[in-house]
Ligand binder design. Sequence first.
Ligand SMILES: [Fe+2]
Ligand SMILES: [Fe+2]
Length: 147
Amino acid sequence: MGPSESSLGWSEMDRQHGALFHALHVLATSPRGKVDDLREMRRIFAVLTEHFRWEEAEMATMGYPDRSRHVVDHQRELWSIAQLLRSLEDLGELDAEALEACDAWTHRHVASMDSDFVQFVQDREIWELRRECMDMDYEDRLAAFPA
Ligand SMILES: [Fe+2]
Ligand SMILES: [Fe+2]
């Protein structure tokens, strides 16, 4: 998936996501070399940390109700990348499968959680309505269970 396909309509956020996807793509498709891989992996870790910090600060400013759930997902991903970086440092080999999983996570996260936050910023009324519908659906499902 190219960077433009993950566009959410918030230019600064789209720019940061684009840079991240590009860096992951470059690393995945470059010839393997421990020194270059390590440098690139450290850079991706720094870019990701900075992006999460920016996004979490925006959520705090906007009073986004789902911030803590979103932050947990960020932390999980940072932990995975830290593991990937550590195994690269220790073993000198990039775990291609783990890198692919990280890329897939990033796309999923952007398409679901980040997209939800952007909807909240762009049209809070629709966001709240959608949330209400989800809660109603949840209550219906609960009511369907025998007491
Ligand atoms: Fe996020
Ligand atoms: Fe993001």
